[in-house]
Design a protein around this ligand. Sequence first.
Ligand SMILES: Nc1nc2c(ncn2[C@@H]2O[C@H](COP(=O)(O)OP(=O)(O)OP(=O)(O)O)[C@@H](O)[C@H]2O)c(=O)[nH]1
Ligand SMILES: [Zn+2]
Length: 222
Amino acid sequence: MDRREDNDQDPEEDHLTGSLETPLRPDAFALTDEQKIDGIEYHFKEIMQLLGLDLEDDSLKGTPRRVAKMYVKEIFDGLKPENRPHAKLFENRYGYRQMLVERDITLYSSCEHHFVPIIGKAHVAYIPNEHVIGLSKLNRIVQYYGRRPQVQERLTRQIAQELRDVLRTENVAVLIEADHLCVMSRGVNDVTSSTITSEYSGLFEQDAYRLEFMQAIRHNKS
Ligand SMILES: Nc1nc2c(ncn2[C@@H]2O[C@H](COP(=O)(O)OP(=O)(O)OP(=O)(O)O)[C@@H](O)[C@H]2O)c(=O)[nH]1
Ligand SMILES: [Zn+2]
């Protein structure tokens, strides 16, 4: 039976409290990467065969293992807690107390409903207390949570929660604008729409801070 990684809550209650956790099986970490790759290779081969593809073909025969390696080692490696970025905190020696915005962070993720790409940009900001982190760690946090099957709402909230935890401040903003291939290239086939999600906490709940953040991310690079 599936359950959430964080607790044994009943799904109904989980829904009401708004869990941020990616739904994982209790045995999610029981297999090694190699075992996962072997299993996915086997099953992906079955899928290709069911689609009528000839696995003896030179170009296709390596695909099941390639896909398995890509899932485990690349596009879903954010499912493994050991890959969580280590964001070393530095003391805020500069006494910097204004907003720091890291904008246009490249975002790749995967839609958990269709397993096709989500491609977009994340913009994050915080107002430091006693600590700051290296800029690249902001990008790495976005990347880590993107490398899971996702819905954009959860992705946004997971990034915001991680920033609050790591930076030890509530003053955090996250805005994601993304294109969902499941909307663009199939189903409703809409290539012009995109999806914007955001989370604001601490000072960012106030209009003035939110406006400054919005202006910063919309401002053209000179
Ligand atoms: N809220 C939310 N929905 C998403 C996200 N990514 C994809 N979806 C939607 O998930 C829904 C899945 O709905 P279903 O009706 O079960 O799937 P479907 O029959 O393939 O739906 P269509 O895409 O409308 O063809 C679709 O409406 C997708 O657009 C996301 O990040 N957030
Ligand atoms: Zn989808």
